[in-house]
Design a protein around this ligand. Structure first.
Ligand code: HEC
Length: 124
């Protein structure tokens, strides 16, 4: 009986350790976010292109991303749900302004990465 309880406790602890281990993986713009934006967003969000002309949002550097549109920031560090950029790629805004504009939605995995990165504080 006693042995069994110890074993159960140990395996429960191992699960918790594994879970927090994954949750603590620190995401950064350079490693995790830049490749997603370059593949899906930058073509329309650099100087001279459609997305930039309409919104003022450039997505080709961390500084520009954090600066946001001509109306203000699209990333609120620590709050994915409060971040316009996340809401647009997650399809939580009007479908007509879902991003990437006029293209297939991002894979769930990329949307989840963006959410986790913002929630961890949107580090460069
Ligand atoms: C095919 C071109 C195109 C692509 C690709 C694209 N965008 Fe956009 N984006 C636009 C246009 C056009 C607007 C302006 C929309 C409007 O105001 O009607 C815009 C606006 C935005 C805005 C500002 C919305 C607002 O008004 O607050 C954000 C944030 C945004 N895009 C993020 C992204 C992200 C992130 C990606 C990649 C996942 C992306 N865009 C890919 C064309 C594009």
């Amino acid at each position: 009986m006693y042995k069994r309880a110890v074993l159960l406790t140990l395996s429960a602890l191992a699960v918790v350790a594994l879970q927090t281990g994954c949750g603590e993986k620190a995401l950064t713009y350079q490693t995790n976010i830049k490749p997603i934006l370059e593949a899906n967003c930058v073509s329309c969000h650099v100087a001279g292109s459609e997305g930039y002309e309409k919104s003022g949002l450039r997505l080709d550097s961390y500084e520009m991303l954090m600066k946001g549109t001509k109306f203000g920031p699209v990333i609120v560090p620590g709050s994915s749900v409060g971040s316009t950029l996340y809401r647009l790629v997650a399809g939580q805004a009007d479908p007509s302004i879902r991003m990437p504009h006029g293209k297939a939605a991002l894979p769930d995995e990329d949307v989840a990465t963006i959410a986790a990165w913002i929630d961890q504080g949107a580090k460069n």
